[in-house]
Design a protein around this ligand. Structure first.
Ligand SMILES: [Zn+2]
Length: 413
């Protein structure tokens, strides 16, 4: 409930603290004019004094690239389109999967199997046919990132993996372009604007990626679907503010959203003078090998898995041959409830890494580990081998490979 001193909805809060200085000039010059159709369509923007005709003309002239048309990209693209951003680029190589539809609302049931970039473009055209949609149906990589980013004023980062996230940051810093970053996991979200010319970059905040396997992806840990809208809408809000020069951008601040507590906190983020990329003496002056930097699997896990990796088909053969072994699923309880390999025993990875589960493992049989895709089981395998279970192996591709090659009737997630 609002108390008596609260302003009525729509009141300009800034008046209570004196005028807020618009800290950055508009990113985009205004287009020459709006057509009659455009004036009709955008009338609710045009009557906001801070946006008005000038701001809407800037949006019309704006070129915004959204990296990813997934959880964050879905609401971001839809609202950017509705707002009248003149050119919207989509870089996305994936196809629509049924498991995307819980949160990726730009795609629908009939889009399953279709390239996400095409499906997203079709939705955008339906929302606003005045938008020029540019499809980059490719994975962003070192060879194309400068060429693609170079076509846009602003980047919206909707990526879900660390390798691409650092690539986006580094390319944006090297090109001097701002980008709006967002990240989501379960009930938690974060957002910020990174623009090295005016504030910190992503590396100032996170100089190095977390060790492989430490931070689960949404595919492993899950995400509340609607969280995408909460964070995606912050990203679009910031994009519009930057393009039109309205308000105080989220530069040098990190927005932290907790859906369970229903709180938004804004945390100051300072530019790191020692940042390897945007600091005073940068050591990174070009793009690097991001897969290597972020390491899909840690060096220890890779070493443990060498020569100790079996395929799902080989696991099936071991079952069929009546071989004695102990199959351990190192995923989490919730994942185990969705789908499991028959005969597997659930021991979450953490209980193997901290040693608490080691005493429960049989000494007289080979131990076979698996997880969802083979990353976590490789980490657990390294710990098992270090603890003396020398002949243990893990299953390449995990339960996903089992479903794909052995039993397609099982669900995936
Ligand atoms: Zn930096």
């Amino acid at each position: 409930m609002a108390d008596d001193t609260s302003p009525p909805p729509g009141a300009r809060l800034r008046n209570r603290k004196g005028p807020v200085v618009t800290s950055l000039p508009p990113l985009v010059e205004p287009a020459a004019e709006l057509t009659v159709d455009e004036v009709r369509r955008y009338s609710r923007h045009l009557i906001i004094p801070d946006v008005a005709m000038d701001g809407q003309k800037r949006l019309k002239n704006a070129r915004v690239l959204c990296v990813g048309a997934g959880g964050l990209g879905s609401p971001a693209l839809m609202y950017l389109a509705a707002a009248g951003v003149g050119t919207l680029g989509i870089v996305e190589f994936d196809t629509v999967d049924e498991s995307n539809l819980q949160r990726q609302i730009i795609h629908g049931q009939s889009d399953i199997g279709r390239p996400k970039a095409e499906s997203a473009a079709a939705t955008i055209r339906e929302i606003n046919p005045l938008v020029n949609v540019v499809i980059h149906n490719t994975a962003l990589d070192n060879d194309n990132v400068f060429e693609i980013f170079g076509q846009y004023d602003l980047i919206v980062d909707g990526t879900d993996n660390f390798a691409t996230r650092y690539l986006v940051n580094d390319a944006a810093v090297l090109l001097g372009k701002p980008y709006v970053w967002g990240s989501i996991y379960r009930f938690d979200g974060q957002a910020s604007v990174f623009w090295a010319e005016h504030g910190p970059c992503y590396r100032c905040l996170y100089p190095e990626p977390p060790p492989p396997g430490m931070v689960p992806s949404c595919a492993e840990g899950g995400v509340l679907g609607v969280l995408c809208a909460s964070i995606g809408s912050i990203q679009v809000t910031e994009a519009i503010k930057l393009l039109t020069g309205v308000g105080e951008p989220l530069v040098g601040r990190l927005m932290v959203y907790d859906a369970l507590e229903m709180t938004y906190r804004s945390v100051k983020v300072r530019k790191d003078p020692d940042c390897a990329l945007c600091g005073e003496n940068p050591t990174i002056t070009g793009l690097i090998d991001y897969d290597d930097f972020c390491g899909a699997v840690s060096a220890e896990a890779q070493e443990a898995a060498d020569g100790a990796t079996i395929t799902a088909a080989e696991l099936k053969e071991m079952f069929d041959a009546g071989k004695e072994f102990y199959l351990v699923d190192v995923r989490e309880q919730a994942e185990y409830e969705i789908v499991r390999i028959p005969g597997s025993v659930l021991i979450p990875k953490g209980e193997i890494l901290n040693g608490s589960a080691l005493a429960t493992l049989p000494q007289d049989r080979q131990i076979v580990l698996h997880c969802k895709s083979g990353v976590r089981s490789a980490e657990a395998l390294a710990a098992l081998k270090a603890a003396g279970f020398k002949d243990s192996v893990h299953v390449q591709g995990g339960v996903l490979a089992w479903v794909n090659t052995v039993d397609p009737s099982l669900p995936t997630y």
